[in-house]
Design a protein around this ligand. Structure first.
Ligand code: RB5
Length: 153
């Protein structure tokens, strides 16, 4: 099922989400999305999520991919890291409602998930929902996001 138009999407993980990333990439491509893989490119238990999440986040901010998917074991480290990059609005999402509302209300541009906390079917539902959602542009959300953006000024 593809709910939205095809997008150019970046994806990154450490060892904690390597298997999930491989599965999601195949599903994204089968659904017609263009996928840019920021690694990890192999399962290395000693690797570090910032080495993959930072380049992904920078590419999202540069507009070279439309949305980002960042995975680690819990998704927490990926979210903490991605949100340090100005212009990133990353959320750790493990429920369908937040995958949609996080975009519609909060203009989330990177979804973070835990490879050790959710299964591939739930992760795929979250990714599909995240990619199909669009920011509402509602005044109250622009106002709130403006206050958040001031922190980066
Ligand atoms: C690595 O073992 C693990 O700490 C990492 O994948 C992630 O869960 C951090 O938040």
């Amino acid at each position: 099922m593809t709910l939205g138009l095809s997008k150019r999407v970046g994806i990154a993980t450490d060892h904690g989400g390597f298997a999930l990333k491989e599965e999601l990439m195949a599903q994204l491509r089968a659904a017609g999305h263009e996928v840019v893989d920021f690694g990890a490119y192999g399962l290395n238990p000693g690797d570090d999520y910032p080495d993959f999440v930072i380049p992904l986040a920078q590419t999202v901010v540069a507009g070279q991919v439309e949305r980002g998917i960042a995975i680690c074991g819990s998704g927490v480290g990926a979210a903490v890291c991605a949100n340090k990059i100005p212009g990133i609005r990353a959320g750790l999402v493990h429920d369908h409602f937040s995958a949609r509302q996080g975009v519609e209300d909060d203009h989330m541009n990177v979804i973070c998930m835990g490879g050790r906390t959710i299964g591939p079917a739930v992760a795929w539902d979250l990714v599909e929902t995240f990619l199909a959602a669009e920011f509402s542009g509602a005044e109250r959300h622009l106002r709130r996001l403006g206050k958040v953006a001031l922190l980066e000024a």
